[in-house]
Design a protein around this ligand. Structure first.
Ligand code: G3H
Ligand code: 13P
Ligand code: ZN
Length: 305
């Protein structure tokens, strides 16, 4: 059955665990996250970005997720990740999404509030929950103190943002970034900032850019020809600490992509005569599924469905 993120995340917040928002873009990635959730008895957020919609088609993707929700014994939501504008949000609402993110994090505060508030009004009228974002997700490693302050979430502003917009969840910037190259040196997150935000904000908090870029996947991909020198993610211990400090939704895309494509490389290299897509994509889906199951255990959502 499909639930809203609000319903799923309030339960997680109460019991101090986090729910994974896993990005999908095709049948294989959807099967990987849903099968993992069923096997781990975990709730899941199935996340779809505007570029995934461009690739897979809104109605194809939404219909597949609805079929998955009807036929799986786990609570699930269908979530628009990084919605950019009212038009995309409206189309997703029509297509039956149960949660939408509006990402106005690149806008000045007042404009971000205004855009997010419009989405809240539209979505809440349909009983759909909304995630907003305050602070930008760019690497902060080589930035000055002033530059860091400009991109990381300000706790006081976060309080004001939630009050003025009525969002159901807030994505915060504490030093993570999207993709496989998050840090050049030691991974560092601003946990003190997260603690202060939690004190000021009562809605569930969201961590984007949370992939760990596991060494074993990088080694496997590199063994079969990938060029990923310098790839580095968020250590699992940091993820545990972020959950203890109040993060209840964790977005993962990069680790799934890495696991999937490393396995495609492996199968193609080891079985050069193979040309049945199912024999190539099947093992890739299984590898993605194992990564998702590991995240559910790490986030504490296993057994919570
Ligand atoms: O923020 C989410 C993604 O990792 C970027 O996804 O390439 O589908 O836009 P995308
Ligand atoms: P990663 O690139 O770290 O997987 O982050 C994904 C994300 O934030 C999707 O919204
Ligand atoms: Zn993101």
């Amino acid at each position: 059955m499909l639930f809203t993120n609000r319903e799923l995340l309030l339960a997680a917040k109460q019991k101090v665990y986090a729910i994974g928002a896993f990005n999908i873009q095709n049948l294989e990635s959807l099967l990987a996250v849903v099968e993992a959730a069923v096997e781990e008895k975990s709730p899941i957020i199935v996340a779809v970005t505007p570029s995934a919609i461009k690739y897979g088609g809104l109605n194809y993707l939404a219909s597949m997720v609805k079929v998955a929700a009807e036929s799986s014994p786990i609570p699930m939501s269908l979530h628009l990740d990084h919605g950019e504008d009212i038009e995309t949000v409206s189309k997703c609402l029509e297509a039956g999404f149960t949660s939408v993110m509006i990402d106005g994090s690149h806008l000045p505060f007042e404009e971000n509030v205004a855009l997010t508030k419009r989405v809240v009004d539209l979505a809440h009228a349909k009983g759909v929950s909304v995630e907003g974002e305050l602070g930008r997700l760019s690497g902060v490693e080589e930035k000055t103190v002033e530059e860091r302050e400009a991109v990381l979430t300000d706790p006081e502003e976060a309080e004001e943002f939630v009050k003025q917009t009525g969002v159901d969840a807030l994505a915060v910037s504490i030093g993570t970034s999207h993709g496989a190259y998050k840090f050049k040196g030691e991974p560092q997150l601003d946990f003190e900032r997260l603690r202060l935000i939690r004190e000021k904000v009562d809605v569930p908090l969201v961590l984007h850019g949370a992939s760990s870029v596991p060494a074993w996947i990088i080694e496997k991909a590199s063994k079969y020809g990938a060029e990923l020198a310098g790839a580095k993610g968020i250590p699992e211990e940091h993820i545990k600490k972020a959950i203890a400090l109040g993060i209840t939704k964790i977005n993962i895309d990069t680790d799934l992509r890495l696991a999937f494509t490393a396995t495609i490389r492996e199968v193609l290299a080891n079985s050069p005569k193979e040309f049945d897509p199912r024999k190539i994509l099947g093992p890739a889906k299984e590898a993605m599924k194992e990564v998702v199951k590991g995240k559910m255990r790490l986030f504490g959502s296993s057994g919570k469905a």
